[in-house]
Design a protein around this ligand. Sequence first.
Ligand code: HEC
Ligand code: HEC
Length: 369
Amino acid sequence: MFQRFAILLCAVVLGCAAVFLFLRKEKTAKNVAPTILFPVGPTVHIPAPLGLPPVPIPADNPPTAPTIALGRRLFYDTILSADNKVSCSTCHSPQHGFSDIRPVSLGIQQKAGTRNSLTALNAAYFHQEFWDGRAASLEAQVEGPVQNPVEMGETFQGVEKKLNADPSYRAQFAQAWGPGPIQFQMVGKSIASFERTLVSGNSPFDRWKYGHDESAVSAAVKRGFVVFTAKEKGNCASCHSVGANDALFTDNKFHNIGVGVDFGKFKDDGLFAVTHNPADRGKFKTPSLRNIALTAPYMHDGSMKTLKEVMDFYIGGGNSNPNLDSEVHKLDFLTRQERSDLLDFMNALTGEMPPNSGPPPVESMTASR
Ligand code: HEC
Ligand code: HEC
């Protein structure tokens, strides 16, 4: 009797173990990286405007007309947020150079973040996204705001569910990605392809420097360019790089210029949060200065309201702290003329807004809602 009971118990235990192992396998199978999805249809060429290098395109996400159109619709649609009230364009508004006029952005339920919105213009050229470089690509970047509790506060599943329930989105996704359920990967890749079209160049500066049109800018702007680039003057281009054939006005690197340092204390650790290297405390990505006149306020914490304020900060030699970059030093020797030329130069960096970058026609947004 006891033997039979023991055998039965053994069988039950083994059975349970088998079921457990099977379920675990199922679960790990679900956790493996999703297959890489490719858009259907022919790849389109995204032309780079005067002053900018060719737009970098990742091998696994060639842009197509349907993915760009879909990404544009998603960028302006509040469907990506938990309360259906916040879109990417809430904090990256085309009226403000695809940036935000608030020092720190407000997301769902008006919750405030801690950093100033970066422009989505020309983000295609940055090697790493965000002030601290924590996203390696535009595709990966999209995952940040969607899930951030103070930005859009949604989940991938939540977004997938809402989009799959919308017939007009289902049709548009099928056109861009082929038949089958909508997956979040398609959302990230479509928005990234749209963002690759948000390239803005052909500014007065570009028409002068790279288009060789002497009348494109004033004499003050030309003098300001010298102040900006010369090592013994502003030395700005040592980080905000200017090339022989094009200019991104960023070295795609991270530096500490002392913003947000309060009596030697860092209010925001910057790159340190990603690398955990103490020397990276207070380092932030060099932002591009293209369209800088459109994207006030300035710096990662939005603490400077005007370009004049930024300039005064640099003239004072940044904020002293142990990690202050050796390229930052007092510029109090710059004459009044040189200071005003430098400002004129920065104001000549406003480029043309890319075509078809505003919200898509209303019918395509509200077809089903
Ligand atoms: C609530 C405001 C808010 C929303 C909504 C939002 N962003 Fe942002 N975005 C920001 C802020 C703030 C930063 C800078 C944050 C940081 O660096 O830590 C940023 C950074 C970025 C960057 C990095 C640019 C660079 O130079 O590194 C890109 C690209 C971007 N956002 C695109 C998007 C897209 C696409 C969406 C929609 C899926 C979106 N954002 C939604 C506020 C927002
Ligand atoms: C050592 C590298 C370095 C040098 C030199 C430098 N910058 Fe910067 N610049 C940065 C970094 C990094 C930031 C962002 C800092 C932050 O937010 O903490 C920045 C921010 C800015 C901003 C604000 C951009 C925005 O989108 O908010 C402007 C404008 C600017 N710099 C202009 C200049 C000018 C003009 C000079 C020369 C007088 C100069 N920079 C020299 C690295 C540098």
